[in-house]
Ligand binder design. Structure first.
Ligand code: M6R
Length: 619
């Protein structure tokens, strides 16, 4: 939530505004309620900020251009404190002379008390934000100390909550100071220029060399580089890394929106996540996990924690991991986990799934799990993010940058990483599925081609989506691993097309949801493979007959060659023959395309749906 960019370049080139605007464009997916910039120009700081999307700020800057500068900060906001207005947009000024400007991501939990004290001292506030309180505190501190880094250090000691802060001061041109606690901030190291960003997308157009900051650190950038101290004043170090994707990966590549592009990236996302996981003899090797094998063998319970789409990936994982390892596996929404007094101890393996690696609910659940003694593995798509750093080990997905707010390729990559983890545990612990791990890996390696086959045959899905623009409610039914797929299909439609949608376990139908069926009600049904165990396929086909008899319009996702569904389906969408546990990698794709196309046909902003932000960095 909220995108943050900072830049200091050579004195002569004055391209700070250009860099900041490019960074904001790449970070807009993090929040799009308002946007603003502040530049240090001469002996003063100038700001422009506008409510609404970045386009409004661009228009304002075109009408009233800002002076050239080599030092700037920029912000794109997801509103927490105060409505999305010009006044509440960041940057916020501090001090009576307005020489300081500050931007912020996160929530200052004690801002009421701080604000009241400042008001008592005669400070007049121009916004309703918690951020302006910090700007005023920092300006005061600067006036006393005359050093922006030290002033920042003193102010963060007074703050409670999660925050990334960036500040500039007119008396320190060529300097941007940042601070982070439980909120993302990375440094980009260029040639004679230095960047700060909520994530590397902010500066990927200029450099792929980055520095990861630790928790509770302050970073001061100049054109020559970055220096880091800890909140306690001791020297800090950053971890240098090379970003393994380039600016092209964060562009639309000819697609009408990022979501469509990312849906089409999925064969690569899955293939790249599978890459390098086996040795010459076909055995799984997870070197990056760096976790003691004896400890993993001793695990007697797995708890998966995640939110939203990542939690649905966890639900798919539960079926696979329990089947292959026989270790009991629970899935918890991260925000529920902490508050339900979970039974977790040293023999529990907690798996935290997060695309961004910054979701606050998941981060807090990770910390809670570790306090209870559990070992935590993060499954994450973002290098340098907080959740992997706060975990004992990490398994990276290699989906590349996911820009659209709705998660697509990250979902398939998360499921893939969970399969890898499950198979690795099975191999490690021996037993029935240890021998099968290699053959399942072979099946998995065939999945990218199968996903491509699905993508190549979705014209009918697009047609139905366009036909259904006025639909007010859609239901999704699935069973076994098809159940989380149904939930994911419904979530995609809700968040993108603002249509009421519900996903149900198909077996639940007769326990209530069937009452929703009336003439013309569209229902997507994800049908298990006819080869799946326990006769699940036939049971779901019976369910289709029952809803059809009550007037439902059935859109059935079924395997190639499954003719049983044909008499009861208004539309059949085919997916390749796939082992049951791996089927979500293909059955999810038509649902993503359906939601994307329907939202697009309604003229909605597919990449930036209302009220949402890509990474939810507040609780
Ligand atoms: O970055 P994370 O994977 O932790 O994000 C979790 C959810 O916020 C995310 O999956 C969300 O549900 C998506 N908007 C769904 O498309």
């Amino acid at each position: 939530m909220c995108g943050i960019v900072g830049y200091v370049g050579p004195k002569v080139d004055g391209r700070a505004l250009e860099v900041i605007m490019e960074g904001l464009a790449r970070l807009e997916y993090r929040g799009y309620d308002s946007a603003g910039v502040a530049l240090v120009a001469g002996d003063h700081v100038v700001t422009t900020k506008r409510a609404g999307k970045l386009a409004n700020l661009i228009r304002a800057l075109a009408l009233e251009p800002l002076p050239e500068s080599n030092t700037a900060i920029g912000h794109t906001r997801w509103a927490t404190h105060g409505a999305p207005t010009d006044e509440n947009a960041h940057p916020h000024r501090g001090g009576q002379d307005g020489k300081l400007a500050l931007i912020h991501n996160g929530i200052i939990e004690n801002f009421h008390a701080l604000r009241s004290a400042l008001i008592d001292d005669g400070v007049v506030f121009l916004s309703e934000t918690d951020t302006e309180v910090v700007a005023q505190l920092l300006a005061r501190s600067y006036d006393k100390i005359g050093d922006l880094t030290e002033a920042m250090r003193q102010v963060v000691a007074e703050l409670k909550g999660a925050f990334t802060l960036l500040a500039v001061h007119a008396d320190e041109p060529g300097v941007v100071v940042g601070a982070r606690r439980n909120s993302p901030l990375v440094v980009g190291i260029g040639d004679g220029e230095t960047f700060l960003g909520s994530d590397v997308a902010a500066f990927i157009g200029s450099t792929r060399e980055a520095l990861e900051l630790d928790q509770d650190q302050i970073v001061t950038i100049t054109a020559q580089g970055a220096s880091i101290i800890n909140f306690d004043g001791t020297p800090g170090v950053g971890k240098a890394y090379h970003v393994d994707w380039n600016a092209a990966a964060a562009e639309k590549g000819g697609f009408p929106n990022f979501m469509a592009k990312e849906i089409h990236d999925q064969p690569h996302a899955v293939a790249d996540t599978l890459l390098g996981r086996t040795n010459e003899s076909g055995a799984l090797v997870l070197d990056e996990l760096r976790m003691d094998e004896a400890e993993l063998r001793a695990i007697d319970k797995i708890v998966i924690i995640a939110c939203g789409t990542a939690a649905y990936a966890g639900m798919v994982a539960k079926y696979a991991i329990e089947h292959w390892t026989r270790i009991p596996c629970e899935v918890d929404l991260a925000h529920e986990f902490r508050y339900r007094d979970p039974v977790v101890n040293e023999r529990t393996l907690v798996v935290a799934i997060s695309q961004s690696g910054e979701t606050m609910d998941t981060l807090m659940a990770v910390k809670h799990a570790r306090l209870l003694g559990a070992r935590v593995i993060a499954i994450c798509n973002t290098h340098g993010s907080t959740i992997p750093r706060e975990s004992d080990a990490v398994l990276y997905t290699h989906a590349g940058p996911e820009i659209a707010v709705a998660s697509t390729k990250a979902f398939l990559a998360q499921i893939t990483a969970c399969y890898i983890l499950g198979l690795y545990l099975a191999q490690l612990r021996g037993g029935t599925y240890a021998d099968e791990a290699q053959s399942v890996m072979k099946d998995l390696c065939e999945m990218p081609a199968k996903i491509q086959t699905v993508l190549d045959g979705l014209d009918r899905v697009r047609e139905i989506a366009r036909f259904m623009v006025d639909t007010r409610s859609v239901l999704f039914l699935g069973r076994h691993v098809g159940y989380p797929v149904a939930l994911e299909g419904a979530l995609k439609l809700k968040e993108l097309a603002y249509i009421h949608a519900e996903g149900f376990a198909a077996g639940e139908l007769k326990h209530g949801p069937i009452a929703l069926i009336e003439a013309g009600q569209p229902v997507f049904v994800i049908v298990p493979s006819p080869s799946s165990e326990h006769g699940l396929h036939d049971k779901v086909v019976s369910g289709i007959q029952e809803i059809r008899a009550r007037g439902a319009r059935t859109i059935v996702i079924a395997e190639e060659g499954d003719e049983d569904v044909v008499p009861f389906a208004d539309v059949v969408i085919r997916v390749p023959v796939t082992p049951t546990l791996l089927a979500p990698l293909v059955t999810t794709v038509p649902l993503q395309v359906f939601a994307c196309e329907l939202a697009w046909a309604k003229g909605l902003d597919v990449d930036q749906p209302r009220n949402l932000a890509k990474s939810v960095t507040v609780e």
